[in-house]
Design a protein around this ligand. Structure first.
Ligand SMILES: *Cc1c(COP(=O)(O)O)cnc(C)c1O
Length: 200
């Protein structure tokens, strides 16, 4: 769900018309990740109406990390074909092997093409609490969004997935609706129902 909301934010930035018009008439918006990334990215692409054909699984290197030169090439090929590159999902700790994508190089590519960078640290992001592992997470601070799942290495027993999103206003734009029965007078607080796809 965190990755879905991150990609919804990216979609809102690229094609805000989605909220009213849906995706009919939208450009084909592409998402890039390595061939090692978690199935939640594909789930999100299905649920958001982007379509699996728009998810580019970039070949990884001998250490199962995303290859930046292949990422660049895929983005350029899509631009040349008239598609609209939207977001890159870099993985910091893949589920199968714990490999970490070269995030600083991915940051550069995202900047060059104005793409949303989502870092999937659902599995291993908790390790960054330890100073000795922080170097592995270099580049995190440049991401547009990061997901860390305390219900994994942080031993939170009930599902708890945390999304850090640098542009929460895009989520609000994408999802807010306010029927009479949900109005409150707690104007000063952040109401999470405005920032997600489902009413709590
Ligand atoms: C577990 C995992 C997810 C999905 O987490 P949920 O438990 O479904 O919230 C996403 N990405 C990675 C790398 C994971 O290991």
């Amino acid at each position: 769900m965190s990755t879905l909301l991150a990609l919804a934010s990216a979609r809102q930035r690229v094609y805000p018309e989605t909220r009213r018009q849906g995706l009919a008439g939208a450009p084909k918006m592409t998402v890039y990740c390595s061939d090692q990334t978690h199935s939640s990215i594909e789930k999100a692409a299905i649920a958001l109406g982007l379509g699996l054909d728009q998810v580019r699984k970039i070949e990884s290197d001998g250490e199962l990390r995303l290859r930046p030169e292949k990422l660049s090439a895929a983005i350029e090929a899509d631009l040349a074909a008239g598609l609209r590159p939207m977001a890159v999902v870099a993985c910091a700790g893949t589920t199968s092997t714990g490999s970490v994508d070269p995030i600083p190089a991915v940051v550069e590519i995202c900047r060059r093409h104005s793409l949303w960078l989502h870092v999937d640290a659902a599995y291993a992001g908790g390790a960054a609490i330890c100073p000795e592992y922080r170097a592995l997470m270099k580049g995190f601070e440049e991401a547009d969004s990061v997901v860390v799942n305390p219900h994994k290495w942080l031993f939170t027993p009930v599902d708890c997935s945390v999304l850090f999103n640098r542009h929460p206003e895009l989520l609000r734009e994408a999802f807010w609706v306010l029927p009479e029965y949900l109005k409150t007078d707690d104007g000063a607080v952040t109401n999470l129902m405005d920032l997600g796809a489902f009413v709590p």
